[in-house]
Design a protein around this ligand. Structure first.
Ligand SMILES: Nc1ncnc2c1ncn2[C@@H]1O[C@H](COP(=O)(O)OP(=O)(O)OP(=O)(O)O)[C@@H](O)[C@H]1O
Length: 957
């Protein structure tokens, strides 16, 4: 069974939803390797008979598909390599199968026909005895580009089978290769993309719902386990949440892929039928997968974590896992199985899983996150214009990721908020120190991602230098901050000293890397490689590439490890140098002969494109004639010259002394490179063994980056430090909306009108005003001020007092179309009921025009009921914008007790008449109720026809 639901095309840019069911078979016993020998019939094919293995051991997902055990070689007439592809396609049902054939990745059969157009690659056929087979392919180096299209744009899972050379087979054998599944790429395990995407985490998230919970009515207080990880940074977290808080948690995490048990497929949870809020799942890539989490003990995953020393890692894991709930452990197990199945060829290196507590993070549901434009704008889903882009001043990848995480989940930990504020305050007041720190931070590379690359057996030698340089900078930062601690107050000083302790990374390892690796050469070869890559891209389709000679054998300076690293490398370099010296001598004497005696124009010892060592001589026809004579008659140093190739002005000659020396140099260079590769690997391993320390440095640098960036922002935007405490207050004096203010300053000369807000527990402000009068802006700016205050950032106002808010709710007219089968009013009611069910006395709710989606009278009654319920039951701080101010006031006055009435305050913004038809908005809030909405003026501004406006004015009277 393989189900694929595709979202309408128009929806794809914002929410790629793919629901895939990978297997419905029962688990099968493990089969390590499945050897298949093709029978006689195959020999008649155009390819030779071969024996191949589908390595189900390396990829247990295939075992679980349940086909491995019952697998029989199907139709015998296919050539072995194609039979392999066909069998893979059967094993990995629903996946796109890319098989490496030489220097190409290829798609075959119906998959070639289907996906070639999507990848914009040529589809062709190859004739075999059993008929024509469609195929399409692309060069290996284009894998990343095509994976992006298949995985990110189209939402497919891609199984990749790579080609390897058999160990025990000679080079001239036809069947010297075998193929093996090396990974399965999905949005959550797309490490190549993640390594490039420095600003964001690439989270894969598993949700473990209680067994059979969907067979009965949803209970909002049901406990659910979640686990999410970023394979590219090694971060992994678990949390237990109530069903009612699940979507908020997912909104905060923003996973690239959500993994669910295939048993849930039949419940169509994203339809909202079981629990309405789960329609939010439509925004994410969902993968349904068989979840055999009970089949493996948690201990069997210990190998996926690395803190350095194995015993210490195991011990810490044991302690940590004891603190997790059963649901968290189940989600963790599911996630770990999935990751190890999808990356069978990589050694995963996770840090110790962290448990996040719902009580430590402010809950922001997805509607609020969208309405406040935390990460992208409502209008065009663009990052530019969002709160994140407006406040981001970070200069390191880990700083940017921390900022993103904080914005999605501000802290509820007062101590932590205050300590962040102290650091921001220090940096704000000490601009020179902050500038110097940021100059250093700019030199820091993405340490956790480089570390992960090393763990995966990837990463260039240059990244070792980047790692060492970044760690060296981290030590400098530590020293620099320490130097400046006398300027700090006692509390800040001890806090800072504790923080920067982690920056003290082992100096010896840094020094060794910088001492023994040739940075200059690595940078040079990186530049050459980049140019080559560019040339490859440019020349891909150019036929008749250049022919001629390769460069001369590399010189000593092109090696990347200092020969003094160890005796073995030293000896190899000595030997290489001796042979090199002989080459220099030979070159001199032959130059003497060809240029000095025979009058050639140029002479060089070269290695030709085909690998032959040869003398390259150019000259005039008469000189070359002499050279021809020499080659036919005499020898030099006891060896004859032979003409390999000639043209009117050049000669390629072979000469045994140079051939021998060339081979010796080549062999020695190879040995040196092998030894260098071992040394590079050993350095990588030394860093992997210090995974914990490297990650701590990365986190601390990211933390310092984020907080110093807040200081820069505070000075730039005139922000102040809010008073944050456990009180029930929300008091803001002269508050501003950062993004609206920014928009006004770039678009016009208009300035932002600052407004105050003064709420306490169970206080409610009703805001009225004309259309376009600034009601929504006011609501949002206060919510943003709360978020900024709780991430430790300073806030846009002249004074603020924020009692910690546990949950932020909004009902601000949604641009989402997730509930596509429900009416606008129904959606409005569902969203309002989430607030009424979820808001606590510590929450802040902003509600914009409740009840506008239905008839006037009923709308007012709903608005009133909501307002009263919030005051009496939720007792949260509430800002309530409406056009029905007068009507509401009337009902409140007649129905509410004095006590309740005192909790409600009415504020209004208005329009100032400038005479004639001219007017301007007065965005200043003042007590009172706005009597009219000035809708006709807005219609006029919007370009309504004059007759229509006149008609409206007459009706209004
Ligand atoms: N305090 C302010 N100072 C200056 N300009 C503002 C202010 N508040 C809002 N504006 C401007 O007015 C525009 C409309 O604001 P907003 O959407 O908040 O009005 P509204 O009262 O909610 O309108 P409607 O009732 O039509 O939804 C904003 O886009 C911004 O350009």
């Amino acid at each position: 069974m393989n189900l694929l639901f595709r979202v309408p095309k128009a929806y794809l840019p914002i929410c790629r939803v793919l629901i895939r069911h990978s297997s419905n078979a029962t688990a099968q016993p493990k089969i390590a390797k499945l050897k298949i020998t093709l029978n006689k019939a195959a020999e008649s094919c155009s390819e030779k008979t071969d024996t191949y293995a589908i390595d189900t051991d390396s990829c247990p997902i295939a075992q679980r598909n349940g086909k491995a055990a019952s697998f029989k070689p199907s139709k015998p007439s296919l050539p072995p390599s194609l039979q392999y592809v066909r069998d893979l396609m059967d094993l990995y049902k629903g996946h796109v199968v890319l098989t490496q054939m030489g220097s190409f990745y290829e798609l075959y059969f119906e998959q070639a026909v289907k996906y070639a157009p999507e990848l914009n690659i040529a589809l062709t056929n190859r004739a075999y005895t059993h008929g024509k087979v469609p195929f399409a392919g692309f060069p290996v180096h284009q894998l990343s580009r095509h994976l992006k299209m298949l995985v990110n744009n189209c939402g497919y899972s891609v199984t990749i089978a790579e080609q390897f050379k058999k160990n025990d087979v000679a080079d001239n054998e036809t069947n010297k290769f075998y193929r093996r599944v090396t990974r399965i790429v999905t949005p959550g395990t797309f490490i190549d993309e993640a390594f490039e995407n420095l600003r964001e985490n690439t989270y894969l998230l598993n949700i473990d719902f209680p067994e059979n919970c969907m067979s009965s009515v949803a209970d909002a207080s049901l406990k659910v386990g979640i686990c999410w990880c970023d394979v590219s940074t090694g971060e992994i977290f678990v949390q237990q949440v109530y069903l009612k808080d699940l979507v908020s948690a997912i909104t905060r995490i923003q996973p690239k892929e959500i993994l669910l048990d295939e048993k849930l497929l039949e419940f169509h949870i994203e339809s909202g039928a079981w629990y309405p809020e789960l329609v939010e799942f439509k925004k994410f890539f969902i993968k349904y997968q068989k979840m055999p989490s009970q089949h493996r003990t948690i201990e069997s995953f210990y190998g996926l974590f690395n803190l350095g020393e194995k015993e210490a890692t195991d011990r810490q894991l044991r302690i940590q896992f004891q603190t997790f709930t059963q649901k968290e452990l189940a989600a963790l197990r599911n996630t770990l199985i999935y990751v190890s199945d999808h990356l069978p060829n990589f050694s995963i290196n996770f840090q110790i899983p962290q448990r996040q507590l719902a009580t430590a993070i402010m809950q922001i549901d997805s509607r609020t996150s969208t309405a406040l434009e935390l990460h992208s704008t409502v209008r065009d889903n663009n990052r530019k214009g969002s709160l994140l882009s407006s406040i981001r001043r970070t200069v390191t990848p880990s700083g940017t990721r921390i900022l993103t995480q904080w914005l999605s989940g501000p802290s509820l930990d007062l101590k932590e908020i205050k300590s962040r504020q102290r650091i921001v305050g220090f940096f704000k007041n000490n601009v020179d120190i902050t500038e110097a720190l940021r100059v250093m931070l700019k030199k820091v590379h993405d340490l956790s991602r480089i570390l992960q690359k090393f763990s995966f057996g990837r990463g260039e030698a240059l990244e070792l230098i980047q790692m060492a340089r970044s760690l060296q900078v981290s030590r400098e930062i530590r020293d620099y901050i320490l130097e400046n601690t006398p300027l700090m107050r006692v509390t800040l000083k001890s806090q800072i000293i504790q923080l920067i302790e982690t920056l003290d990374f082992q100096k010896k390892l840094i020094d060794d890397v910088l001492k023994y690796l040739n940075e200059e050469e690595l940078v040079k070869s990186q530049d050459i490689k980049q140019n080559e890559d560019l040339n490859v891209i440019l020349e891909t389709d150019v036929k008749g590439k250049k022919v001629g000679s390769k460069d001369e054998v590399p010189e000593l300076t092109e090696f990347i490890v200092n020969p003094s690293f160890n005796a073995k490398l030293g000896k190899l370099h000595d030997a290489y140098q001796k042979v090199w010296q002989k080459k220099v001598e030979l070159n001199t004497s032959l130059k003497d002969l060809f240029i000095g005696k025979l009058g050639a124009k140029t002479f060089a010892l070269k290695e030709r494109q085909n690998g032959e060592y040869a003398l390259h001589v150019t000259g005039t026809a008469s000189n070359l004639k002499k050279i021809n004579e020499l080659t036919s008659k005499s020898d030099f140093n006891g060896s004859h010259f032979h003409i390999l190739q000639q043209s009117s002005q050049t000669r390629w000659l072979s000469h045994k002394p140079w051939t021998d020396l060339g081979h010796d140099l080549e062999l020695l260079a190879l040995k040196i490179r092998n030894e260098e590769a071992n040394i590079i690997d050993s350095f990588k391993k030394r860093f992997i063994d210090k995974s914990n320390e490297v990650r701590q440095v990365a986190t601390t640098l990211g933390y310092l980056d984020t907080l110093s960036s807040f200081a820069i922002l505070a000075n730039e935007k005139n922000l102040v430090c809010p008073k944050v405490d456990e009180s029930d207050k929300l008091e803001v004096v002269n508050g501003r909306h950062l993004m609206v203010e920014e928009g006004l300053s770039t678009r016009s000369l208009e300035t932002f009108t600052a407004n105050d807000c003064e709420l306490a527990k169970d206080n409610l402000w009703v805001i009225t005003g004309p259309n376009m009068g600034g009601k929504s802006t006011f609501l949002r700016q206060n919510a943003i001020i709360v978020i900024l205050a709780q991430i430790g950032c300073f806030v846009p106002c002249s004074k603020a007092h924020v009692g910690i808010v546990d949950k932020l709710f909004s009902r601000v007219g949604s641009a989402d179309d997730l509930y596509n089968e429900m009416s606008t009013f129904m959606v409005e009611m569902i969203e309002t009921s989430f607030i009424l069910q979820g808001a606590t006395t510590r929450s802040l709710a902003i509600l914009d025009e409740i009840g506008r989606g239905t008839s006037g009278k009923e709308g007012i009654s709903i608005a009133y009921a909501t307002l009263k319920y919030l005051l009496e039951n939720n007792q949260c701080r509430t800002l309530f914008a409406t056009h029905f101010g007068q009507e509401l006031k009337h009902i409140i006055d007649s129905k509410c007790t004095k006590g309740l009435r005192e909790k409600i305050k009415f504020y209004q913004s208005g329009i100032t008449d400038l005479g004639g038809n001219n007017f301007c908005y007065d965005h200043k809030l003042k007590p009172g109720i706005c009597m009219k909405s000035d809708a006709i003026r807005v219609a006029e501004l919007a370009g309504f026809p004059t007759e229509a406006l006149q008609e409206a004015r007459e009706i209004l009277g």
